[in-house]
Design a protein around this ligand. Structure first.
Ligand SMILES: [Zn+2]
Length: 169
């Protein structure tokens, strides 16, 4: 096999199968993490942008992409692009719908604010969050940290169910 003989369509569809390890229903592309796939000399460069710096899922995402390349017999590498910084606005509407169906309240749309990116992990959400289970807006945040640092733990006061809220930034 020649090194330039890469089936890009097969590669794209294989990469589209990869999901955010923390949210197994949403693909990396839908999350806005997978930014670009391109041929650089004789190998494939897969460009990703981490959801936030130090996100523990990024290491697994990196490994998953390398494994996918290997399975397709493609020589390639993963590069991380930090600017522009990822924001929840990059998530597609299908990603938001899937999050909600998965029981995680999707981030409320808002324009990115750099100071918020810096203080994202410590930030306590102040917006009104809709319960992904019953749609009630009568919810409360019980912890600024949910199952992972990028989520807050909420509770619905209507149906009494706890749920995760993907914090916007
Ligand atoms: Zn509810």
């Amino acid at each position: 096999m020649q090194s330039m003989d890469i089936d890009m369509a097969a590669l794209h569809s294989a990469l589209d199968q990869l999901c955010d390890p923390e949210i197994p229903v949403v693909s990396l592309r839908e999350m806005g993490i997978l930014r670009d796939v391109k041929i650089v000399s004789n190998s494939v460069e897969v460009v990703i942008t981490p959801t936030y710096s130090g996100c523990p899922a990024m290491e697994q995402i990196h490994d998953d992409i390398l494994l996918t390349l290997k399975q397709l017999g493609v020589t390639g590498y993963v590069s991380t692009q930090l600017a522009p910084a990822w924001t929840t606005d990059w998530m597609t509407s299908s990603a938001r719908e899937k999050l909600k169906a998965y029981g995680i309240a999707p981030p409320q749309c808002q324009s990115p604010d750099t100071s918020q990116v810096m203080h994202f992990i410590r930030r306590v959400p102040t917006e009104v969050i809709e319960c992904p289970l019953c749609g009630s807006r009568n919810t409360t945040i019980t912890s600024a940290f949910g199952s992972t640092a990028c989520k807050a733990l909420c509770k619905c006061l209507s149906c009494q169910e706890p749920f995760d809220y993907f914090k916007p930034y």
